[in-house]
Write a protein that binds this ligand. Structure first.
Ligand SMILES: *Cc1c(COP(=O)(O)O)cnc(C)c1O
Length: 408
């Protein structure tokens, strides 16, 4: 990264004057942490005692036989505390907050997964915690809201605009501007103004560092290809960093194809031709926007991929041709999920399953001497409502109706 927070032409920090000092302090805290080996040691210790790290690399033997090409390995970020790679980011930021001596954290959340992870971190570190969430999302994601509140966080439903993620982001920034001295904003992915993209990617690099060691030990050489789903881009940046400077390893990011790239109902920014460069939410990247710069509605069956922007680091790596971008549709995701559950007894999150779709398309064209790695960013238990609905499971419907009757 360049000192000014740009990656090629992407990134930067387009922030209000009042936040300049805070961003300067945050950048200094980050640099000090990066230059202090004890910090990373403390981070590794925390992640191994609180979040099951290192996470395993699982050989998917049955899927490998089924597709008859490359050996398929799965990096198991689903085994983190709270069920996804998000723990890597929030715990790292928690340690930074401790160093900076702040007592309060805030965060935005869409589906609630990042809010959950932040609430656990705040509980563990004894910080006051406020989570901003669009009112529509609060209604849709009651289980996550319930747990956040049980862990002591205050969840504030945002009534503005479309009452979803982008409105929650705006409200979180408003809070931060008012409470800069006491408060740190725990941004959830490798987006936003510098230094967030670099900082979040740094904490997530723990995935790629482990995966590189693990595949060399198991397979004796580097993988031919590495696949990761891309919402904001943090889990992808996490695993890609283990292989970024090994040119023989192809890196493949898979975005939400929703109802298809031609449908207008998707969240593909770097794959396809619907996105354009823009500056919003404090940084420059490829956004799904109309010609006036108004953000467009996005769609994905996976709530965590349903976002208008993308990491500026990935916009740069796409432009340089180092990462190839593909997309997977909602229907393809359901088929791949079904197969993975039955053949391996593993339930990937709907987000993660996007990476599986593309890996399954390409595995047969590779040789059994090749290995590929799929980053399973999270577990699918949280998706039971969506998955049971998509499979049109009749007994699930009966169950929901019976539970509802208990309350009426
Ligand atoms: C939040 C989430 C994502 C999307 O975020 P990235 O920053 O793109 O990694 C992907 N998978 C899971 C399981 C998530 O919870």
């Amino acid at each position: 990264m360049k000192q000014n927070g740009f990656f090629g032409q992407w990134g930067g920090a387009y922030i209000p004057e009042i936040l300049h000092q805070t961003f300067a302090e945050l950048t200094i805290a980050l640099r000090q942490a990066q230059n202090d080996p004890n910090f990373w040691q403390e981070y590794l210790e925390l992640m191994s005692t609180y979040s099951c790290r290192p996470t395993p690399l699982t050989f998917a033997e049955n899927l490998t036989k089924h597709f008859g090409g490359a050996k398929i390995y799965i990096k198991r970020e689903d085994l983190n505390h709270t069920g996804a790679h998000k723990a890597n980011n929030v715990m790292g930021q928690g340690l930074l907050v401790k160093r900076m001596g702040k007592k309060r954290v805030i965060a935005e959340t869409g589906a609630g997964q990042h809010g959950m992870a932040t609430a656990t971190m705040a509980a563990k570190f004894g910080l006051e915690c406020t989570i901003y969430m669009g009112e529509v999302d609060v209604l849709r994601q009651r289980p996550n809201v319930f747990w956040m509140e049980k862990m002591g966080a205050t969840v504030i439903p945002v009534q503005d605009g479309s009452k979803t993620l982008k409105d929650a982001i705006n409200e979180a920034f408003r809070d931060w501007v008012t409470n800069v001295d006491s408060t740190h904003y725990v941004l959830g992915t490798a987006c936003g103004p510098a230094p967030f993209p670099e900082m979040v990617s740094w904490f997530q690099s723990i995935i790629g560092t482990e995966a590189r060691k693990q595949i060399l030990a198991r397979h004796g050489k580097l993988p031919a290809r590495v696949y990761a789903c891309v919402g904001g881009g943090s889990n992808a940046m996490g695993i890609f960093q283990g292989f970024l400077y090994s040119d023989e390893v192809q890196l493949v990011g898979v975005e939400a194809g929703g109802k298809g790239l031609g449908s207008g109902m998707h969240a593909s920014r770097l794959c396809g031709h619907d996105a354009s460069p823009g500056v919003a939410q404090g940084y420059k990247t490829m956004f799904l926007q109309n010609s006036d710069g108004q953000m467009r509605e996005t769609h994905s069956v996976a709530a965590g991929l349903d976002y208008v922007g993308v990491s500026p680091i990935l916009s740069d790596l796409a432009e340089k041709g180092r990462v190839r971008f593909e997309s997977a549709t909602d229907d393809e995701v359901m088929t791949a999920l079904d197969l993975t559950m039955r053949m391996e007894g593993i339930i990937p999150a709907l987000e993660s399953t996007h990476g599986f779709v593309q890996a399954f398309k390409e595995a047969p064209e590779l040789s059994p001497d090749d290995a590929i790695i799929i980053n399973q960013s999270g577990r699918g238990d949280k998706d039971i409502f969506t998955i049971a609905h998509a499979f049109n499971d009749p007994s699930w419907k009966e169950f929901i109706i019976a539970r509802a009757k208990e309350y009426s």
